[in-house]
Design a protein. Structure first.
Length: 373
């Protein structure tokens, strides 16, 4: 075990956890607020530089704690301004994180697991298998590193305005670490993002949706991708465990009593699979029961896939039917395609994946993907 592994990584602690940590070592809990500001507002990770801490505490902290971040292995910049990072983790694993700049906002797409166990057939990440969950520090560390490398507060303007848990992995299957990291994204002493600017995207893990509603106020996105179970079973094997009717009921519960709250439904358009007019009409009927908006995503090909992107005219027709049916429907513009940073293309580096993937699913009472398909 390395010296840093025997210490507490303060990035693994949210606001409450940090207060409890300082109380446990005999310090006043308000030290947590001081340290949070140093780490997240000022980008300082060396305790010696945290000058409003006592000299004795600054000397003691390196012996029991650390601020350990993922390693930047590679940074790629797209012609359209998109930035993708490959972050290295202990054990030889690596994850990918993407920043997407737009005129009025900047969105950071963050990973929650090393690989993914759900094996959605249209997603490149799924081909990598699964190794492990990320810790809270490894999740919030992606945001911290991106903010530092981008110059987060540039000319008084915040570059990262939105964070979406849409990178590698299923966030609901790493619930505690993801919630801890999202709490730091929202905390005024962390990154101070509004609830509507932090989004968790799920493939449809129903118990997690209900648990999230009782735990933290953030935006919810659902990877739907089909209006009927027969097609969704093929694209998202988890649907066999939690079919569309159960999923939409959970979505209705999530927004109930929350003023102006909507669920974003993500729908990847795949040629000849889910992009016909009858699919659009069924989708309209389905989503009328949930306060929602529809995000149509042109499929992004990856090596080895048999799927193809729907032609532009079919995407336009699908959107037109959805809007005529009363849905708010937008088409996501593909970004970062030249650096494989588009939706569904993140792969990273996943070690020793097969048996761990099966154990992880069985622990969560989900059948391995091979049995679901």
């Amino acid at each position: 075990m390395s010296a840093s592994q025997s210490k507490i990584n303060l990035l693994d602690l949210d606001h409450r956890g940090l207060r409890e940590f300082f109380a446990s070592i005999g310090e006043k809990p308000f030290r947590a607020e001081q340290v949070l500001k140093w780490i997240y507002h000022h980008g300082v990770t060396e305790f010696a530089a945290m000058t409003n801490l006592s000299q004795a505490l600054r000397a003691r902290l390196p012996e029991i704690a650390c601020v350990e971040l993922p390693r930047v292995l590679r940074e790629q910049r797209s012609a359209d301004g998109t930035v993708k990072w490959l972050f290295g983790l202990p054990g030889g694993n690596a994850i990918e994180t993407v920043f997407i700049p737009e005129p009025n906002r900047g969105t950071l797409c963050v990973s929650s697991q090393v690989g993914c166990a759900l094996n959605c057939t249209f997603c490149s990440t799924a081909t990598q298998g699964f190794n492990r969950n990320l810790g809270c520090g490894e999740i919030i560390g992606q945001v911290w590193l991106a903010a530092q490398r981008l110059g987060h507060q540039r000319n008084g303007r915040r570059l990262i305005t939105n964070v979406v848990m849409m990178g590698m992995g299923e966030p609901m299957l790493n619930f505690d670490a993801v919630v801890g990291a999202m709490s730091l994204m929202r905390d005024d002493l962390g990154f101070g993002l509004a609830s509507k600017r932090v989004t968790l995207s799920t493939a449809g893990f129903v118990p997690g949706i209900d648990r999230l509603r009782e735990t933290l106020d953030v935006a919810l996105a659902v990877s739907l991708h089909a209006p009927v179970d027969a097609i969704r079973d093929q694209l998202v094997p988890l649907n066999r465990k939690y079919p569309i009717a159960e999923l939409l009921a959970a979505c209705r519960r999530y927004v109930a009593g929350r003023r102006k709250r909507q669920v974003t439904f993500e729908y990847t358009l795949i040629d000849g699979v889910n992009d016909q007019p009858e699919h659009a009409r069924k989708l309209v009927k389905l989503l009328r029961t949930v306060p929602s908006k529809l995000n149509l995503i042109p499929f992004n090909p990856f090596p080895g896939t048999e799927y193809r992107c729907s032609p532009p005219e079919r995407i336009d027709a699908f959107q037109r039917i959805a809007m005529q049916g009363g849905l708010v429907a937008t088409v996501r513009r593909t970004r970062g395609e030249d650096i494989d940073a588009a939706c569904g293309q993140l792969v990273g580096k996943v070690m020793d994946r097969t048996r761990r993937q099966q154990r992880h699913l069985q622990k969560l009472a989900i059948e391995p993907a091979e049995a679901l398909r």
